[in-house]
Ligand binder design. Structure first.
Ligand code: KIV
Ligand code: ZN
Length: 508
C-alpha cells in the first residue's frame, strides 16, 4: 500500500471557502455521494463550529456516507474539537482535522504566541481529539513559511501525542516545487517518529503552483494529497483533484504511484460541482475544460485521425467525457431516455424519472436536438430543487429599446395564486421585482450568469444567480430555451431557498 496515494477531498470545506461558492446541506450531500462514486478516500465535509449550516452538513454527511472517511475541521480549541466530534459522531470512519499556525508571521502577528506555547496547545489538542476518534490529522497552518527546525519539532510532538496524519499546508501558495519537495524530504529525514504518521500536503494556488507543489511532495514521500474538484478553494483555490489524479495516472512511469480514483467519474463530478456552486469551469482548464480534448488546428486533426496518440495523451472517455454529442429528440421514448441517463451516470428513482421525462418531452418539443449537456442540466436542476414554496405559473414581459421594461408574474403558493407587476431596467429586472413584490422576500442579486448549454439558436440557456437576503447567500439555477423564463426560474429557486428557511418551524 506504500505507493497508493490517499486522496483527501476538501471541496466541501476549503472549496466552499471559494469566493462566490456557497452550498446548502442538500447540495453538499449530493456532492458527497458523487465523491464516493469518484472513489476519494476522505471527504472533508466542513468546519462544524463555523456555522449551524456547517454543523448540519457535517452531521448529515456523517450519517449517510459509507465507504469514505468523513473529516471535520477544528481549531486547537476544546469547543471546536468537541463540536467537530458531535458532528462526526455517526460517521462510519470519522477524522478530526485540527490546525494551528506555526510560521513566524502568524505566531507574531495573528496568534501572539511563543513557539513553546504553540507546541503545548497543539499537543493538548491532538490528545483531546484522540480521546474521541482514532484518526486525527494535524495541520501546522502556513507550514511552508515555517522555519524548518521548528516545523520538525511541531511535527514530532504532534505525532508523539497521537496524530495519525500530519498535513503540511502551503496556506498562501508561496512555495515552489523544489522548495516544497525539500520540506517533505527534510521531515522524513529529521522527524524521528515520522513512520508512525502519514504525510499529507495541502497546497494553495496563488502562484499557479498548487498541483506542481503537491506532485513534488509526492515524489519526496508525501502519501496523501488534499485537493478540490475544479481547483476550488480559498482565494485562487487548492490543487485541482482532477489534475493531480490524471498527472499521477498518465505519468505513472514517472511518479510510480496510484490512487483509488475511478477517473471515469471525473467529468461528471466536475460538472456537478460547477452546477451546484455556480462557478463555471474555465474553457481551457486542464482535464475538464470544454477545450481539453478539442483539436482545432488542421495539422493536429490530421495527426489525430492518423494516430490518436500523436496529439492526445489521454482519451476523453478516461475522464468520463461523454462520447456522443447528439442524442435524443422528440420521438425518443422513456426507455431511450433512461438508458441515456444511465450512460451519463444518473440512477433516478421511478418518480424522479417520471418528472425528468416530462421535462425532457417539453424540451424536445421546443428543441430539435437534445444534447447530453441539455439532459444533464435538466436533471441536475430537478434533483437539486428543494420543495418549492413558490412556483411559477405565468409571466409576461414587455421590452424594447423605446419601452419601459415591464413584467407581470403569477406565482403559486400551495393552492393560492398571487399576481403582481413591476417595471425595471430590463425584462429580467422587472420580472425579479415582480417576484419580490409577491414573495415579500427582498435581498441583493450578487451574481447573474447566463450561458448557452449547447450550440445552436435553439440552445438551452442556463442561468445561475447568487442572491443574498439578510445573512444568507444562496444560489439558484434554471434552464429553458427562453432566457427570461430561465432567469425568473433561477431567481425563484434562490428565493425559495430563503423562503424554505423562513417557513421551517423553529427548534425550541
Ligand atoms: O490552507 C490551509 O492552511 C488550510 C488548513 C486549515 C489546512 O486550509
Ligand atoms: Zn487551505
Amino acid at each position: 500500500m506504500k505507493d497508493r496515494i490517499i486522496i483527501f477531498d476538501t471541496t466541501l470545506r476549503d472549496g466552499e471557502q471559494s469566493p462566490g461558492a456557497s452550498l446548502t446541506t442538500r447540495e453538499k450531500l449530493r456532492i458527497a455521494h458523487q465523491l464516493v462514486k469518484l472513489g476519494v478516500d476522505i471527504i472533508e465535509a466542513g468546519f462544524p463550529i463555523a456555522s449551524e449550516g456547517d454543523f448540519e452538513a457535517v452531521s448529515k454527511i456523517s450519517r449517510v456516507i459509507k465507504g469514505a472517511v468523513v473529516a471535520g475541521l477544528a481549531r486547537c480549541l476544546q469547543k471546536d474539537i468537541e463540536t467537530a466530534f458531535r458532528a462526526l459522531e455517526k460517521a462510519e470512519d470519522p477524522c478530526i482535522h485540527i490546525f494551528l499556525a506555526t510560521s513566524r508571521i502568524h505566531r507574531e502577528f495573528k496568534l501572539k504566541k511563543a513557539k513553546e506555547e504553540i507546541i503545548r496547545q497543539a499537543v493538548k489538542s491532538v490528545k483531546l481529539a484522540r480521546k474521541y476518534v482514532d484518526r486525527v490529522e494535524f495541520s501546522p497552518e502556513d507550514a511552508a513559511r515555517t522555519e524548518l527546525p521548528f516545523l520538525t519539532e511541531v511535527v514530532e510532538a504532534v505525532i508523539e501525542a497521537g496524530a495519525t496524519t500530519v498535513n503540511i499546508p502551503d496556506t498562501v501558495g508561496y512555495s515552489t516545487p523544489e522548495e516544497f519537495g525539500e520540506i517533505i524530504r527534510c521531515l522524513k529525514r529529521e522527524v524521528s517518529n515520522i513512520d508512525r504518521a502519514i504525510i499529507s500536503v495541502h497546497c494553495h494556488n496563488d502562484l499557479g503552483l498548487a498541483v506542481a507543489n503537491s506532485l513534488s511532495a509526492i515524489k519526496n514521500g508525501a502519501r496523501q494529497v488534499e485537493c478540490c474538484i475544479n481547483g476550488l478553494g480559498e482565494r485562487a483555490g487548492n490543487a485541482s483533484l482532477e489534475e493531480v489524479v490524471m498527472a499521477l495516472k498518465v505519468r505513472k512511469d514517472f511518479w510510480g504511484v496510484t490512487t483509488g480514483i475511478n477517473t471515469r467519474q471525473i467529468y461528471k463530478t466536475s460538472r456537478l460541482v460547477s452546477h451546484l456552486t455556480g462557478i463555471p469551469v474555465q474553457r481551457n482548464k486542464a482535464i475538464v475544460g470544454e477545450n481539453a480534448f478539442a483539436h482545432e488546428a488542421g495539422i493536429h486533426q490530421d495527426g489525430i485521425l492518423k494516430e490518436r496518440t500523436t496529439y492526445e495523451i489521454m482519451r476523453p472517455q478516461d475522464v468520463g467525457v461523454p462520447k456522443s454529442l447528439l442524442v435524443l429528440g422528440k420521438h425518443s421514448g422513456r426507455h431511450a431516455f433512461n438508458e441515456k441517463l444511465k450512460a451519463l451516470g444518473y440512477r433516478l428513482s421511478p418518480e424522479e424519472l417520471d418528472r425528468s421525462f416530462v421535462r425532457f418531452k417539453t424540451l424536445a418539443d421546443k428543441k430539435k436536438h437534445v444534447f447530453d449537456d441539455d439532459i444533464e442540466s435538466l436533471v441536475d436542476e430537478q434533483l437539486d430543487r428543494p420543495p418549492a414554496i413558490f412556483s411559477l405559473e405565468y409571466f409576461n414581459v414587455t421590452s424594447g429599446n423605446r419601452t419601459v421594461p415591464t413584467a407581470t408574474v403569477q406565482l403559486r403558493k400551495g393552492d393560492k395564486v398571487f399576481q403582481d407587476a413591476s417595471c425595471g431596467d430590463g425584462p429580467v429586472d422587472a420580472a425579479c421585482r415582480a417576484v419580490d413584490r409577491i414573495t415579500g422576500i427582498t435581498g441583493e442579486l450578487l451574481k447573474y450568469e447566463l450561458r448557452g448549454v449547447t450550440g445552436g439558436k435553439d440552445a438551452l440557456g442556463e442561468v445561475v444567480v447568487q442572491f443574498r437576503s439578510g445573512r444568507r447567500t444562496v444560489h439558484g439555477r434554471a434552464s429553458s430555451t427562453d432566457i427570461i423564463e430561465a432567469s425568473v426560474k433561477a431567481y425563484l429557486a434562490a428565493v425559495n431557498k430563503i423562503a424554505a428557511r423562513k417557513d421551517k418551524p423553529r427548534k425550541k
